[in-house]
Design a protein. Structure first.
Length: 322
């Protein structure tokens, strides 16, 4: 069982299947007309006052807000569904991912969820507001873009290895605009499969948007599938190399990023996408978007060992020492 009492939710949660993540609307805290969040015991425990829209995606809108509770007021973000989407399961996966990474001292890696609540018949959730920017913005500005890029990938490799090995999680929609950079240094040592790895960077990487995620069972088949329209319930989860294949493809499809890299780095990253007779590097450079990558990775037999988190992490360590 998974307790949500800290969110003023008293319904038992389990991660055995999709049904276990469904919380009935009337068992959630409700937001009233004045913005107060009221739990089932009729206690108002927080107030949310909405501001400007920060981002609009296909399944949800991110809206700035001021959240006030007994500890004070702070800026936060509320994710509001579009097209009738139920954001409850996504919120719960985000909490699970953050808890899992926090156990390894990586609490910065996923935004903290503050509330999961009903508003006008819709399920929304509020979370930590992070002051930062998308990594492709930084890549246009930094003096050493190759080092910055490798440091970004280094953190993500660590995150993904932990999430894959401990809870069989695949993000399935990891791309350049689903990660964020906070200008705050990080310095931590972590045991990964018996090898101690140190993260030391002048910034922190944050994973965003778990709306397409899956959790696998002991046979690595999806038991939780947050997008049954796009993915079969028999979709292997996690798939080796899937998340990094999506992510690095999304960066490498941006010409201005490729052109900022030294020639040896371009050759190195191109080599990651040459798999036998398949040259994905050419496809990446010929497409302005990465929608085709989802068609590739949806194949049940898809694996991409060269971009498995631990293997790529070892390669990045070698490259940083050059």
């Amino acid at each position: 069982m998974f307790s949500l009492e800290h969110l003023h939710i008293y319904t038992p949660i389990h991660f055995k299947n999709n049904k276990g993540l469904s919380i009935p609307l009337d068992e959630l805290p409700q937001q009233d007309k004045k913005g107060y969040l009221v739990d089932l015991n009729k206690n108002a425990f927080a107030r949310i006052e909405y501001g400007s829209v920060a981002f609009e995606g296909g399944y949800g809108t991110l809206q700035m807000c001021e959240r006030t509770d007994l500890s004070g007021s702070k800026q936060a973000i509320v994710k509001i569904p579009r097209h009738g989407a139920d954001l409850g399961p996504e919120c719960l996966i985000q909490i699970l991912a953050r808890d899992t990474l926090s156990e390894k001292g990586l609490e910065w890696a996923v935004p903290t969820v503050y509330d999961l609540f009903a508003r006008g018949g819709e399920i929304c959730f509020s979370m930590e507001f992070i002051k930062g920017d998308f990594p492709y913005v930084y890549l246009q500005e930094v003096e050493t873009p190759a080092l910055f890029f490798f440091q970004v990938l280094e953190q993500i490799c660590v995150f993904l290895h932990i999430l894959e090995s401990r809870i069989n999680l695949d993000h399935r929609d990891l791309k350049a605009n689903n990660i964020y950079i906070r200008r705050k240094s990080c310095n931590v040592s972590i045991d990964l499969s018996g090898v101690v790895h140190s993260i030391n960077a002048p910034f922190q990487v944050i994973l965003l948007d778990f709306g397409f995620a899956c959790l696998g069972n002991e046979k690595r088949i999806s038991k939780i599938n947050l997008d049954t329209n796009a993915f079969s319930n028999l979709d292997p989860c996690p798939k080796e190399g899937r998340d990094l294949f999506h992510l690095i493809s999304s960066f490498w499809s941006i010409p201005s990023i490729r052109n900022r890299m030294p020639a040896w780095v371009q050759e190195e990253i191109d080599s990651w996408f040459m798999d036998g007779k398949r040259n994905f590097s050419k496809v990446i450079k010929n497409h302005k978007d990465i929608e085709w990558t989802y068609l590739v990775t949806q194949d049940p037999s898809f694996t991409y060992p060269i971009l498995s988190p631990l293997r790529l992490l070892k390669r990045i360590q070698q490259l940083k020492d050059k």
